[in-house]
Design a protein around this ligand. Structure first.
Ligand SMILES: [Zn+2]
Length: 71
């Protein structure tokens, strides 16, 4: 299940939520109960990382990501 990272604008805390992709755009309350949160875009690409052995795909040099994203 994808993991999404949120940041609370009320207290500044960041937290992660595991939820189905169909619910990705729904709001999430922070652990302190605030509803004024924004979704961050960082955590989605992490899916599937657990099985990679050897680290051959680790971006080492060149651009922000080793060229994987084409930027
Ligand atoms: Zn909060």
């Amino acid at each position: 299940m994808p993991r999404y990272e949120f940041r609370c604008r009320a207290c500044g805390d960041t937290f992660e939520v595991n939820r189905p992709m169909v619910a990705a755009g729904e709001p999430a309350n922070c652990p302190q109960g605030h509803a004024d949160t924004v979704k961050l875009l960082s955590a989605v690409a992490v899916t599937g990382r657990g099985g990679a052995a050897g680290g051959a795909q680790t971006p080492a040099a060149g651009g922000c990501c080793g060229g994987a994203c084409g930027c």
